[in-house]
Design a protein. Structure first.
Length: 207
């Protein structure tokens, strides 16, 4: 993502996200955010001219944080099977910060912002393809799978299924559900060698 933020902008957006997750986007106001930050509304409006633009920028800022996390894991973890697991662990952890009711409210009140979030998810398709392709090339994933198709199906399953109404209708915890989904997917994707690496990593986490 090409967006860059000054330290003050990032501070406003981070606290804005926290405020929306605490009170919901309908109760969120620039005035209340300014009070929490100890700055004037004028300072916030200098960067973000309206509440709608601020909310959209908050969503873009948080997705950029996810993308940066994705890139850090790919740079620091050389095993692609573990890249897949660690990326999904961090996504589950990040998603757990956002109460489902708050996300449902955001989707309803700002449908265009929600579409931005969905577009961001879909753009991760090539990232996952590169991870899965590398796993296959390194002998960690099944050879009989077309990883381009797998990545396409995987990301669309995530985008279409993991919606606020899905979690609310089924009374499911977001983080736990994502982790369970990843376990099912990984055991179908990775061969014995790949699963050995994953099991070793998860065993270390428990100890």
């Amino acid at each position: 993502m090409s967006n860059t933020y000054s330290q003050q902008e990032a501070h406003i957006l981070e606290e804005g996200f926290n405020a929306i997750m605490r009170t919901g986007v309908k109760s969120f106001t620039v005035e209340s955010l300014a009070g929490r930050l100890g700055m004037s509304k004028k300072t916030i409006y200098k960067y973000f001219p309206s509440k709608e633009k601020l909310v959209r920028k908050i969503a873009m800022f948080m997705t950029s944080q996810v993308e940066q996390m994705f890139n850090r894991i790919r740079d620091n973890e050389k095993n692609p099977a573990l890249q897949f697991i660690k990326v999904m662990e961090h996504i589950a952890k990040f998603a757990s910060r956002a109460p489902v009711q708050r996300m449902a409210q955001l989707k309803t009140a700002y449908p265009e912002v929600w579409k931005d979030i969905e577009r961001f998810r879909l753009k991760r398709q090539d990232d996952f393809y590169q991870i899965l392709k590398s796993a296959q090339e390194q002998g960690l994933a099944r050879k009989d799978l077309d990883m381009k198709k797998v990545a396409t199906v995987f990301i669309n399953m995530v985008n279409n299924t993991f919606q606020p109404e899905f979690f609310l209708a089924n009374d499911l915890a977001v983080g736990e559900t994502i982790n369970g989904f990843v376990t099912i997917i990984s055991r179908g994707l990775f061969n014995e060698k790949g699963m050995k690496a994953i099991n070793k990593y998860q065993g270390r986490k428990k100890n």
